[in-house]
Design a protein around this ligand. Structure first.
Ligand code: SF4
Ligand code: SF4
Ligand code: SF4
Ligand code: FES
Length: 950
């Protein structure tokens, strides 16, 4: 359990090779040059009073409460803005300082409501604390003068209030919004006494640019900016450190609690991935965990048209075991399989894949990473030798040129997006390659040097064009390539890429990017200093996703941008544990640590520990499972925390496959779309009820701690143990820590990982083993994991999905800040205030051609299906391209997407679908049927009427 308050050193940490020694109140203190007197004092245990300073933002020096005396200097400098000097002698407590500080506090308090006893932050207010610290006993000016006590509250934001009557105009919020978040939504309007914090142009918070990250609330020393949950529940009494369960940034949080009620989630300053920052999802959107839709009891039914029946765990597990074994007896050992979830912990994922391999006796296990980052795994393994990003997030602080491809970090990975913006404001350059004009192309104080607005589907042609410029203009880092890369592969690649067909001029008609712009971007990346590539699903979810990943790896190797801080090739992973679910051996061909199932030596190690014979043949991937189900050979599926009926492409095909199965088991928080086709429902646990680890996009293994006991009565891994034991394969662990010990024993890159180490160090990045006992922030420093870096030929092959007279537009999909994937969690929070439905962005020209206006209901149809949704006229997309999100099941964006997929990994081509858009005035047939079927198939049988007493 963590203490409620984290130490505030007043000003940010400084890093310097030079150490400065000084004397503060008679104590000798040594700190790095550039450190403020305030921080040096705090590090020595001396707390100088302060109001406008906090250690997450630069000092401003406005409140004058922190003044100190420095020997040999006139006046009383502010300790927050005065850096230490060698030999300085500082006094923080003198009678003169005491008097001055009391005078300052008197002024603040004379314009502040004296309602401390009923104030929601009573006991957690720095103004209150400072009044006590400086010994303020009276306010000579009275409270009758001009004041702000009647200023109106702004309660527009669903999660926090703004009460200007309590504002002391310290501007911590304004600076947090600018420096930490990078949104610049707040200003101090007016001057002197009339100074007031204003969101946007005197708008409400909801109407302003505010993205509800909570940084201002966190920075506010008073109750002016306050979480509504604290107003409702009161102050928390204990805190538990844990990890956000949304995106792959993996922010650390302190769940601040009253008993087992979460009062608020506060970003952890010690968090390796977020260093005290957060986004609206992790900070505020956790209410889904106790939403009324949660299912807490196991349920079963004979047929999917029957109503659900609540049963005991014992009965549900027995029924599931019997049905799975019956399917295997009838259709063979390979007729069942499982899908693991990237939202679950490493430990939960590990036991599911172990269940499939050891108890089901086959390798039919796959993970939802199949539909997002499987090409990352393939592409980076082929080129560098390991299936993971190369850097830690902090590395971007040393980047000079960011090449951002097919990712929208300010929406998808907001905390890292803020870090990128900070570095860009410091002068780093940005190249964005994306069909859509994402916010980073132009936002306050950030402007991309190049926006390469390519046509969806032309990624490989574009990356080849960049490489062509580098090779033909003599920009290759020959020394790096000679020392670090395979020379034969490089020569082959150099000859291929130098062919004129890869030039920006020849590929311009394919990519839509002017050749001059492409050439300028390539030169900037190759010569602008440290170049780092960041990318997302706009790279992987294509028929050439794996080729594109290899193309980016080629680019990084050719320019020597690998193996040190500030460079690298970095996937921005979508879900919280997508890296971990892959690491844990969820792919049908790989055991944990990415070792092939056909490797006898590797398999025998697992066989000995698991006491089971393992199949050397790779199993079925998710799309193969669906195909086999429709052909009648795959009949049973365990789905862990994933909604394949909503998230996978070509919904009709997925649902037909599910309907054809005889035993579908869903383990989830809610009766999701997939549960519509299930026979057994195991209620899952939210991240607040889990004990284990998540691994984020930078390979950082973070602890997830049980904030409250599982509301279902069982941890998810316990359910799996009970199920396989009932199937005849005994499996038992006392706790999640023992599962990690088994992972460490069986997985070389995790050999040094244990809960004890994670609790001690906070987090570690794998590989963590004897060679790197505290983990590995940067990969491939002295050499590639595979030995020599391997350049791969990346021939551009256009997708089979083509526009035509009937389907003349290209649909591409993405996600937005307030929602997360299929929306199962965020739709059950107040985040719907920002995005109540999915909308279709249509270019003004395309809209005009079709007679569409903003807000019109439109029909969106592809070769495989159709749906309806509202249109928004937007020039963010180029002409000919439309864009939507897939957060709301009733939209069913994946009814429209096709089954085209990556040639190497089967990752679906979500990003390119030929469609037509027309005006409509009614929901599609699919939506009408979805509503009625869904309602019927989610019915839970009423409890049996009580028996009359004898
Ligand atoms: S919540 Fe975040 S974005 Fe909104 S005003 Fe506060 S710091 Fe700025
Ligand atoms: S709202 Fe809070 S942080 Fe912002 S100026 Fe007022 S007191 Fe300071
Ligand atoms: S950036 Fe990602 S991990 Fe961090 S709080 Fe937001 S959703 Fe959670
Ligand atoms: S804390 Fe230093 S001037 Fe306010």
């Amino acid at each position: 359990m963590a203490s409620i308050k984290q130490m505030d050193y007043g000003t940010p940490e400084r890093v310097s090779d030079t150490q400065v020694t000084l004397d503060i109140d008679g104590r000798v203190v040594m700190v790095p040059a550039g450190t403020s007197i305030m921080r040096a004092a705090a590090e020595a245990g001396i707390n100088v009073p302060k109001l406008c300073a906090t250690d997450s933002i630069e000092a401003f020096g406005s409140c004058r409460l922190c003044m100190v005396e420095v020997e040999g200097r006139k006046g009383t400098p502010a300790s927050c803005t005065t850096p230490v000097m060698p030999g300085m002698k500082v006094k923080t407590q003198t009678s003169r300082l005491e008097k001055l500080r009391r005078g300052v506090m008197e002024l603040y308090i004379s314009d502040h409501p004296l309602d401390c006893l009923t104030c929601p932050t009573n006991g957690d207010c720095e103004l209150q604390d400072m009044a006590g610290v400086v010994g303020l006993r009276q306010v000579r000016y009275g409270f009758d003068g001009a004041n702000h006590l009647k200023a109106e509250k702004d309660e527009s934001n669903p999660y926090f209030t703004f009460d200007p009557s309590k504002c002391i105009a310290c501007s911590r919020c304004v600076r947090a919004c600018a420096e930490t978040q990078g949104t610049f939504a707040l200003t101090i309007a007016g001057r002197g006494f009339d100074s007031i914090v204003s969101a946007g142009a005197e708008e409400s918070f909801m109407d302003s640019e505010c993205v509800s990250c909570g940084a201002c609330v966190q920075a506010c020393p008073t109750a002016t900016l306050m979480e509504k949950s604290v107003i409702e529940h009161g102050m928390p009494e204990h805190a538990v450190q844990t990890t956000c369960a949304y995106c792959g940034v993996g922010c650390s949080f302190r769940a601040e609690m009253q008993g087992d009620t979460v009062v608020r989630m506060v970003p952890d300053k010690e968090g390796g991935a977020n260093e005290g920052h957060s986004c609206v999802k992790g900070r505020f959107a956790w209410g889904y965990a106790t939403h009324q839709d949660r299912i807490y009891k196991p349920m079963i039914r004979e047929r999917i048209t029957d109503p659900w029946r609540e049963v005991s765990w014992e009965d549900a597990i027995g029924y599931a075991a019997q049905r799975l074994r019956a399917v295997q007896a009838k259709y063979g050992k390979g007729s069942i399989g499982g899908i693991t979830s990237s939202r679950c912990t490493n430990e939960e994922v590990f036991v599911v894949q172990k269940m499939v391999r050891a108890a089901f006796g086959n390798n039919n296990v796959d993970t939802c990473a199949r539909v997002c980052h499987s090409p990352t795994g393939y592409g980076l393994k082929q080129t560098f030798g390991t299936s993971a990003g190369t850097q830690d997030f902090a590395s971007v602080d040393d980047t000079d040129v960011m090449l951002l491809i097919g990712a929208n970090p300010t929406d998808g990975h907001p905390v890292f997006g803020s870090r990128m913006k900070k570095r860009l404001r410091q002068g780093a350059k940005l190249i964005v390659m994306d069909p859509r004009r994402i916010d980073l192309v132009k936002s306050p104080h950030v402007k991309a040097a190049h926006h390469l607005q390519l046509r969806p589907g032309a990624n490989v042609a574009a990356v080849n064009a960049l490489a062509h410029v580098i090779v033909t203009e003599g920009l290759v880092d020959e020394a790096f390539v000679a020392e670090r890369c395979d020379p034969v592969e490089f020569d082959r690649w150099r000859a291929f890429i130098a062919e004129p067909r890869n030039s920006p001029e020849v590929t311009e008609p394919l990519t839509g990017i002017p050749a001059s712009e492409m050439r300028a971007a390539a030169r900037l990346y190759a010569t602008g200093g440290n170049g780092a590539i960041y990318y997302g699903l706009g790279v992987t979810e294509h028929s050439q996703g794996s080729t594109m990943v290899m193309g980016m790896a080629n680019l990084a190797m050719a320019t020597g941008n690998i193996g040190r801080r500030g460079v690298g090739v970095n996937p921005l992973r979508g879900q919280n544990n997508v890296q971990g679910s892959c690491d844990m051996g969820s792919f049908p061909h790989e055991l944990s640590g990415y070792r092939h199932v056909s490797d006898d030596a590797v398999r025998s190690v697992f066989e000995e520990v698991w006491q089971a014979a393992l199949d050397p043949e790779p199993g079925l991937r998710i799309p193969n499972m669906f195909d086999a189900a429709t052909h009648g050979t795959f009949k049973g599926l365990f789905v862990q925390g994933e909604d394949i009926a909503q998230s996978d492409p070509n919904t009709h095909h997925v649902t037909s496959a599910l309907e054809a199965m005889e035993c579908v088991i869903v383990q989830d928080l809610f009766l999701n779309e997939t549960a519509t086709f299930a026979h057994i429902f195991f209620p899952g646990t939210s991240f607040l009820e889990k004990d284990g680890t998540f691994t984020n996009a930078e390979r950082r293994i973070n602890r997830v701690r049980e904030v409250m006991a599982p509301k279902t009565g069982k941890a998810e891994w316990q359910v799996i143990c009970d199920l396989v034991t009932a199937m005849g394969y005994p499996m038992h662990y006392d706790n999640a820590s023992q599962i990690m010990d088994e992972i460490a024993r069986l997985t070389p890159t995790f050999r040094g990982v244990s809960f004890e180490k994670l609790d001690r160090l906070g987090s570690v990045q794998w590989p963590c083993n004897d060679a790197a006992p505290e983990g590995t922030p940067l990969m491939h420093v002295d050499g590639f994991i595979r030995g020599k870096g391997r350049f791969m030929i990346t021939e551009f092959v256009p997708t089979e999905e083509r526009t035509s007279r009937y389907f003349p537009l290209i649909l591409t999909t993405g996600r937005i800040l307030s929602h997360y994937n299929v929306g199962a969690q965020t739709r059950r929070t107040a985040n719907v205030a920002w995005h109540p439905e999915d909308i279709l962005e249509v270019h003004p020209h395309d809209a005009e051609e079709r007679g569409l206006r903003d807000g019109d209901l439109v029909s969106l149809a592809s070769r495989v299906g159709g749906t309806t949704l509202r249109a928004k006229i937007s020039d963010r997309m180029p002409q000919g391209v439309v864009y939507t999100t897939f957060h709301h099941p009733v939209t069913g964006a994946n009814v429209v997407t096709t089954e085209h997929s990556d040639w190497a990994t089967n990752c679906p081509e979500y990003k390119v679908t030929a469609v037509q858009v027309t005006r409509s005035n009614q929901p599609s047939d699919w939506q009408v049927q979805y509503e009625s079927d869904g309602i019927q198939r989610r019915q839970i049988a009423p409890a049996s009427p009580p028996q009359a007493a004898e």
